[in-house]
Design a protein around this ligand. Structure first.
Ligand code: BGP
Length: 469
């Protein structure tokens, strides 16, 4: 591995930061969404109900624990920490005349703290986060007006953090917009009865793609040192059998993934994208100038989250099992408690597929395992399952870099300190190397405690992946 390889971790403000009503922050879309309980889906409200529990409000309180948490990341040897900025902390309503100085100062403090520990910040501008007022006023990303507002927010933070932050990501898992149940998190969109959902989603995707390109252009204009990446939810896909039809189905399954990254990397709707529009019987409405913007605002690197692989084929039984993407079960793989199939080798395959297609540097912006942890009587947490998952995935990354010569420059573990789950709002689905004392109903002291895997990751980073064999 290159000495400069960026080992680290990743989080999102809405799942980690808390402090939802502090420092002049406005309400965000997550602040009106309850956690799932006892098999019930998450509930979205149009305002805050005084008796309801909303996990984002305190989350795991990075807002008040950032110094302690960054010190723990530094103790593990982190080189990079990917986090997101809450737009509503900078512009409380999204379209305010001036930014909120207190919000800007909070992130100044965080970036300064990271720099003190020699940790490189990587910042996601939109991680399932949108000021709630933009939903009420514009219907979220249904509206083209969000492009200018989002670029203005980006421009504000590029200027403010010039010299402090160099790595930026535009939209978290931009392709998740097309997945059932995600348009709310991704774009603040709730459908009304009888609407043409597909058309609305393709149009919203176009606005986000134009916004992403304009954001890249703005980042480079403000500081040519800025490096901006996209962020794709990537699941490599196997054909169920070697029947030729199954492989064609795999190609079709991958279209919505390539749809976004082709535009972000190649700067245009490629034939793969047009084929997907055709398949869905959609013609995206473009304005004059959009094509030039997409062409000019291509990303500097490709980043992606990887949790599980998929299987596609004729006559397969679809199984969602809590996963973001549906597909068939793979009989060769084991699953996490949430039914996500564990497949380290597919991370190596994904890195190869992505790098072969685009030939630009690649960054793994999320990978990890959600599990229920138990505290032993002596206070220890023996999460050997997490260490095992980490070691196998890190090995896959190492092989992709050293054997396949993929230009991958970093790996960020998802949720290094326990955070709230995005899918369910639960706390018991934990990813961390650091345990946070907090339960599904929001009770707990917020005390931090190292798990056994803390030391596993510390050793991997210390030896730059040499201790994996
Ligand atoms: C990704 C999101 C993250 C995250 C992760 C794990 O889709 O970018 O925000 O939380 O998945 O998902 P979950 O929290 O539902 O286990």
């Amino acid at each position: 591995m290159e000495k400069s390889f960026l080992w680290g971790g990743a989080t999102a403000a809405n799942q980690y930061e808390g402090g939802y009503a502090e420092g002049g922050r406005g309400l965000s879309i997550n602040d009106v969404e309850m956690g799932a309980s006892h098999g019930k889906a998450r509930e979205i409200h149009d305002h805050i109900h005084p008796d309801a529990y909303y996990p984002s409000h305190r989350a795991t309180d990075f807002y008040h624990h950032y110094k302690e948490d960054i010190a723990l990341m530094a103790e593990m040897g982190f080189k990079v920490y990917r986090m997101s900025i809450a737009w509503s902390r900078i512009y409380p309503n999204g379209d305010d005349e001036a930014p909120n100085e207190e919000g800007l100062r909070f992130y100044d403090n965080v970036f300064d703290e990271l720099r003190r520990h020699n940790i490189e910040p990587m910042v996601t501008l939109h991680h399932f986060e949108l000021p709630l007022a933009l939903v009420t006023k514009y219907g979220g990303w249904r509206s083209r007006e969000l492009i200018d507002l989002a670029v203005r927010y980006a421009s504000t933070v590029f200027q403010r953090y010039k010299g402090k932050v160099r790595y930026w990501l535009t939209f978290n898992e931009i392709n998740s917009l097309f997945l059932a149940g995600v348009p709310w998190h991704q774009a603040g969109i709730i459908f009304k009865e009888g609407e043409d959902r597909t058309r609305i989603l393709f149009q919203a995707a176009h606005y986000q793609l134009v916004c992403s390109a304009l954001t890249v252009i703005e980042a480079h204009r403000i500081d040519p040192e800025n490096r901006v990446g996209n962020m794709i939810l990537y699941n490599c896909c196997y054909p169920m059998t070697c029947a030729p039809e199954d492989t064609i189905l795999v190609h079709e399954k991958m279209r919505p993934i390539w749809y976004f990254s082709d535009v972000q990397v190649r700067g245009r709707y490629t034939n793969t994208c047009l084929a997907y529009q055709k398949q869905k019987n959609i013609q995206v409405e473009m304005e004059e100038g959009d094509e030039e913007i997409l062409k000019e605002g291509t990303v500097d690197f490709y980043s992606f989250s990887y949790y599980a692989s998929m299987v596609e084929g004729r006559n397969i039984e679809y199984s969602k099992d809590g996963n973001l993407l549906d597909g068939g079960r793979n009989p060769y793989l084991e699953s996490t408690e949430w039914g996500w199939q564990i497949d380290p080798l597919a991370l190596r395959t994904s890195l190869n597929e992505i790098y072969d297609r685009y030939q630009i540097p690649v960054f793994i912006s999320e990978n990890g395992m959600g599990a229920i942890d138990t505290i032993e009587e002596d206070g220890t947490i023996c999460d050997t399952y997490r260490s095992d998952y980490l070691i196998k995935h890190a090995k896959a990354v190492k092989d992709a870099c050293e054997k396949d010569l993929v230009d991958c420059f970093g790996y960020a573990w998802w949720g290094p300190v326990d955070i709230v789950s995005a899918g369910t709002g639960e706390m018991r689905k934990r990813y961390g190397f650091v345990y946070v004392d907090m339960d599904d109903a929001g009770h707990g002291t917020m005390e931090r405690r190292r798990k056994q895997s803390f030391d596993t990751y510390r050793r991997i980073i210390e030896t730059n992946g040499e201790c994996l064999e």
